[in-house]
Design a protein around this ligand. Structure first.
Ligand code: G16
Length: 544
């Protein structure tokens, strides 16, 4: 077993996006592509000797091969310990849990999240730090800089190890521990929630639920927690076996892609509660009987009722949401008299606030909700939070939602995605709106008068780092808002995201369909940016 130094040269385009490096499998399989990026992570960390890592991924195509390469490279770079989930599996929140629980120096998570998988699909790799959270921008920039000046990588000349057997293997001077990917995470959940109470809800003859794991990583986690530990009837978890191509589906928990769940919710025996998670287990969608609970509302409701949950019974230090997320949670924070932070899109921005005990809960419109129990968003955690709430309040999810709107008013929200558009055209569209920002205040767009317009810039209150260019905000005098930004997670062309939200207090107008409630704003947003004209798209590809 010897360390081999392989000469290489920088490969273009290895700049981490919103959440690590996401590319097609074809791109990742190019000779040296994965190795270059992994070596750049290690170079950015400095001297790796004696350091420890967690390793695992969402099980998508190329996950196993990549894990073996990373283990050989970690050994060659001097890591003393790598903790890897059996089968090279770890959900994103479980990876965060393991980094924190075992006091590791960081972790590598193999995932392209909700993007499709398989040989024709996407792959991804992200680095998390010792706090268990996604690398902050400073670390991502250092990794990217390292990719541009790489001339060699190190790899141990050794065969693959058996990742399907629990136990310890030695690779050179590195100890590789293959652990159960589920147990630590399931124990953590049991420590946060009132499991006996949830078990009694799940055992109630009139409460039926379904969890759709979408053939992605949460299958084994949901089976262990919902069916084994909490006693939900067998079959509660559907699509529970992780598959390398997610069964040909798109592991994105929304109404468009979680078709099996939606069908069950609306079947002959309608369910009281439904939920789904994504490829790597960090996103969640929750449905009540006959209602979709928007992630922005979900965050607000969890915050408003947090003290009903054992882990949060002492109250919340503060709350944070990403900028495009509706301001529903701001109203709760104001009511509770706790701080509310507005961060750029990307879970990495919440880490500092949590580490400094400034926030307990946080969330994003992109189906992400979480708390300081780990440093990633956490799909199953959100589902358990809802179940605990339903049990503690003895009310169905739809009643909890409606009562929340009656008390706080409703923030109507929708996001329109224009996917795989020409990157230059998308950039030009955003630039054109940016140039118009100074002239917009006072103008009337679709019946809404602009109060302010800016390009969101965030100064981290903990370390003072500044993140500029985080999305264009058009704020209206009636409380409505339009946000334009380009996605940082797509792999084909560009994805333009346009977010619309408006506030409604009138009790008689709280139950409209969001597209209807926001119709004038949507027309104004299309008109202002010239979406149909410049992109040639008359309809968004995805509406959430
Ligand atoms: C990632 C990030 C999220 C972000 C989402 C969408 O989620 O962790 O913080 O909101 O991407 O980002 P964008 O709008 O730039 O595409 P995930 O679940 O894809 O890892």
């Amino acid at each position: 077993m010897s360390v081999v130094r392989v000469n290489t040269q920088p490969l273009a385009g290895q700049k981490p996006g919103t959440s690590g490096l996401r590319k097609t499998v074809a791109e990742f399989s190019r000779p040296g592509y994965l190795e270059n990026f992994v070596q750049s992570i290690f170079n950015a960390l400095g001297d790796c000797s004696g350091k420890s890592l967690a390793l695992g991924g969402d099980g998508r195509f190329y996950n196993r091969q990549a894990a073996q390469v990373i283990l050989r490279m970690a050994a060659a770079n001097g890591f003393s310990r790598v903790v890897v989930g059996r089968g090279a599996l770890l959900s994103t929140p479980a990876a965060s849990c393991i980094i924190r629980k075992y006091g590791l120096d960081g972790g590598i998570v193999l995932s392209a999240s909700h993007n499709p998988g398989g040989p024709e699909g996407d792959f991804g790799i992200k680095f998390n730090g010792a706090n268990g959270g996604p690398a902050p921008e400073s670390v991502s920039s250092a990794i990217h800089a390292a990719t541009t000046r790489l001339d060699h990588y190190l790899v141990l000349d050794t065969p693959d190890i058996d990742l399907d057997r629990l136990g310890t293997v030695t690779l050179g001077s590195t100890t590789v521990e293959v652990i159960d990917p589920v147990a630590d995470y399931a124990d953590l959940m049991a420590s946060l929630f009132d499991f006996p109470r949830i078990a009694s809800l799940l055992g109630h003859r009139r409460f039926h639920m379904c969890f759709d794991a979408m053939h992605a990583i949460t299958g084994p986690y949901a089976l262990e927690i919902l069916e084994r530990r909490l006693g939900a009837p067998p079959g509660t978890v559907i699509n529970a076996v992780p598959l390398e191509d997610f069964g040909g589906g798109h592991p994105d928990p929304n109404l468009a892609h979680a078709g099996d769940l939606v069908a069950r919710m609306n079947g002959d025996e309608p369910l009281a509660f439904g939920a789904a998670s994504d490829g790597d287990g960090d996103r969640n969608m929750v449905l009540g009987s006959g209602v979709f609970i928007n992630p922005c509302d979900s965050l607000a409701i969890l915050a408003a009722n947090a003290t009903a949950i054992p882990a949060y019974s002492g109250g919340l230090a503060g709350i944070a949401r990403s900028m495009p997320t509706s301001r529903a949670v701001d109203r709760v924070a104001a009511d509770l008299g706790i701080p509310c932070f507005e961060t750029p899109t990307g879970w990495k921005f919440f880490g500092n606030l949590m580490d400094a005990d400034r926030i307990t809960l946080c969330g994003e419109e992109s189906f992400g909700t979480g708390s300081s129990h780990v440093r990633e968003k956490d799909g199953l955690w959100a589902v358990l939070f809802w179940l605990n709430l339903i049990a503690a309040l003895s009310k169905p999810a739809r009643t909890i939602l409606r009562e929340h709107w009656q008390r706080y008013g409703r923030d109507y929200f929708t996001r329109h995605d224009y996917e795989a558009v020409d990157a230059d055209k998308a950039a030009a569209l955003v630039e054109a709106v940016r140039e118009r920002l100074p002239e917009l205040p006072g103008q009337c767009l679709g019946g809404h008068t602009v109060q302010a317009a800016d390009d969101f810039c965030y100064t981290d209150p903990v370390d003072g780092s500044v993140s500029a260019g985080q999305g264009l905000r058009i704020l209206f005098t009636d409380g409505a808002r339009i946000v334009y930004r380009l996605s940082g997670t797509g792999t084909a062309g560009a994805t333009l995201r346009v977010y619309y939200d408006s506030y409604q207090r009138d009790p008689a107008l709280l139950e409209l369909a969001p597209q209807r409630a926001l119709a004038t704003l949507i027309a104004a947003g299309d008109e202002l940016a010239g979406i149909s004209r410049l992109l040639g798209r008359t309809q968004p590809d995805v509406i959430t």
